[in-house]
Design a protein around this ligand. Structure first.
Ligand SMILES: Nc1ncnc2c1ncn2[C@@H]1O[C@H](COP(=O)(O)OP(=O)(O)OP(=O)(O)O)[C@@H](O)[C@H]1O
Length: 591
């Protein structure tokens, strides 16, 4: 493998001479990210009977949706069932592949729910009646909360009549710069129709004052990425380990469990009384198309990965879902024809979770001396990652997008980092990311680091390598927000961007421009679901994408107990992909 500088020189040379790089089958794939008709959704048929009008979305939402998201023309069959069930007041458990529009459909349904009636708040300073919060959306991290808010903001922009955005939606997250009461003030003064937050932030409120937010008046609770937010005991061969996990969960339940237990236990009979009173006053009222579930708020939970043990806990043990089967809808997306386990109970199939029909999975291995090679036994470039049978290579006379050279970095990157602390990153792995990025990414890629990795340090080191790297932060950084909303998906960028984030902050994120996800190391000790969610940042809604894991060759690692052991990340990736029913294909730029 040539040294990294080779790629920079080759790229610069190629650009200087107007040369397009070697063409290959992937050119077709890359081209289809950028030249294909973005509005065309190939993976879902849209028969006429699936229409947003028929679902009974509010007219103002429907009109605004068309203007705000012109590419969203029809609901998919799954979205149709999902929105219908939510508007019908059913509890819903939804599992569908990544990027199939679960969160988006939830937004449309929640926006179309009718608001409850004003009530007299007991909070000091609130003399006039206030409207209740209709829906609470729980998400695992703040960037996903802001993604919801940005979608709503965009629809709201086109809505008439237009109430102020805060009365439609607000986010509530932990913010160390403000007191909890300062954060609560805007929500208490103007309770939003939809409140989006992380379970921990909302639990902080409940612990401060259980009456601070009117949770007992909620109509609906949505838990997105539920398998991440609610820990359950997986079925393991090691029964001792299972018992240990169970004890730990029992002793230290996560914030989502505590919050939901609080809300569902305090959901008083008053809710039922209020409903009955309302129905008595409005016999034909359509305030909600639903009857209350024994006074409980309607519960909607969803994820691309919903294991059997979690479903069992949610439906049988949690006490949150309605027991009435007529009020519960379980929706599961299509099962991949490649799924080896499709004859078994489909909801537990691991390799059904990644949405893209055309995602290539690559694994490159970096050695101590800087060699970068494809993982042994990678299928030839262009093979299907789901099939055991390598496909024939296509002819390679198609031009790939023009290469973007990395500018040689001559100055210190403009990022604040503590350089007294040694870098936790393998420099050869970062060089492999930089090289793969320079050679293959036309516009925007995402680099996912382990959850505890310092993002700014990675950005700093990547910028030293000439990469236009930015920490993904949709709250502070306008840059991140722009990527959530970008419309002109076809144009290759002059200076492609590498967004950098950790595993903990990418779940559920929808960055439409992404064509590539780089993964540094084997994340989450090789957990299949974590990989599937990371991989699922590309290939969304029928688009294509590449996932490139960069792992270290077999090496010695020091354990906490002072001993050392050999770590073989390539083997870990092989096992992970096998469990997911996937095969690595060769990343064409490396041997
Ligand atoms: N009916 C539709 N037609 C066209 N595009 C759609 C439609 N529904 C959703 N989308 C787009 O699909 C993308 C993915 O949506 P979303 O993030 O809701 O998927 P998801 O299933 O929640 O993904 P994940 O499992 O990763 O959380 C968004 O860019 C959204 O605008």
């Amino acid at each position: 493998m040539p040294p990294f500088s080779f790629f920079v020189q080759a790229a610069t040379h190629a650009r200087a001479h107007g040369v397009r790089l070697r063409a290959c089958r992937h050119a077709t794939r890359v081209r289809c990210f950028h030249k294909g008709p973005r509005d065309t959704v190939t993976s879902h048929p849209h028969p006429d009977e699936f229409s947003f009008q028929r679902l009974g979305l509010r007219p103002s939402v429907l009109t605004a949706l068309r203007l705000a998201f012109p590419s969203v023309k029809h609901p998919t069959p799954i979205q149709h069932r999902f929105i219908d069930a939510v508007l019908d007041g059913k509890d819903v458990l939804l599992k569908d592949k990544t990027g199939t529009g679960k969160s988006f459909a939830a937004v449309l349904a929640l926006l179309s729910q009718r608001r409850g009636h004003p009530y007299n708040s007991t909070l000091p300073g609130l003399t006039a009646p206030v409207l209740p919060i209709t829906s609470l959306v729980l998400v695992p991290h703040r960037d996903l909360a802001y993604q919801y808010l940005h979608w709503i903001e965009r629809i709201h922009h086109h809505m008439t009549p237009q109430d102020p955005l805060p009365s439609l939606a607000q986010v509530f997250l932990r913010d160390s710069a403000k007191s909890l009461q300062d954060q609560l003030d805007p929500i208490q003064r103007t309770p939003p129709h939809i409140l989006i937050g992380t379970p921990q932030a909302l639990l902080d409120v409940v612990e401060l004052d259980p009456q601070a937010l009117p949770f007992d008046r909620l109509s609906t609770i949505v838990v997105d990425e539920v398998d991440y937010l609610i820990e359950t005991v997986p079925v393991l061969a090691d029964k001792y380990l299972m018992a240990k996990i169970e004890r730990r969960i029992h002793r230290h339940p996560g914030p989502t469990r505590i919050l939901l237990n609080h809300i569902y236990s305090t959901t008083s009979a008053r809710r039922k009384d209020t409903w009955q009173m309302y129905r008595a006053q409005n016999p034909s009222g359509q305030a909600h198309r639903r009857e209350p579930n024994d006074g409980k708020p309607q519960l909607v939970m969803m994820s691309a990965t919903l294991r059997n043990h979690l479903r069992r806990f949610l439906l049988a043990d949690s006490g949150w879902f309605t027991k009435a089967t007529s009020k519960l809808v379980r929706i599961t997306g299509e099962v991949s024809p490649h799924d080896p386990k499709r004859k078994q109970f489909e909801e537990d199939a691991a390799d059904d979770a990644v949405g893209g029909t055309d995602i290539q999975h690559h694994v490159v291995v970096v050695s101590d001396n800087g060699n970068i090679t494809n993982i042994e036994d990678a299928l030839p470039t262009g093979s299907s990652t789901e099939s055991e049978e390598p496909k024939e290579q296509e002819s390679s006379d198609v031009n790939r997008p023009e290469l973007h050279p990395l500018p040689a970095s001559s100055q210190t990157p403009d990022v604040e980092v503590d350089l007294d602390t040694p870098s936790p990153f393998n420099p050869n792995a970062l060089e492999a990311v930089a090289a793969g990025f320079a050679l293959d990414v036309p516009s925007v890629a995402l680099l996912v680091l382990p959850s505890d990795a310092p993002v700014q340090r990675a950005v700093y080191e990547l910028r030293l390598l000439g990469v236009n790297a930015h920490a993904l932060d949709v709250l502070k950084d306008e840059n991140g927000r722009v990527h959530l909303m970008r419309q002109d998906l076809d144009a290759p960028a002059d200076n492609p961007t590498l967004l950098v984030a950790t595993l903990a902050s990418v779940r559920g994120l929808d960055l439409p421009e992404l064509s590539h996800v780089f993964v540094l190391g084997v994340l989450d000790r090789g957990a299949v679901d974590s990989y599937l969610h990371v991989a699922g940042r590309v290939g969304r809604f029928g688009r294509s994408g590449k996932v490139i894991s960069v792992v270290a060759a077999r090496h010695k690692v020091q354990l906490d107990n002072g001993k050392s052991t050999m770590r073989d990340e390539a083997q870990m990736m092989r096992t992970l992909l096998k469990k997911a029913g996937l095969r690595a294909t060769k990343f064409e730029h490396f041997q």
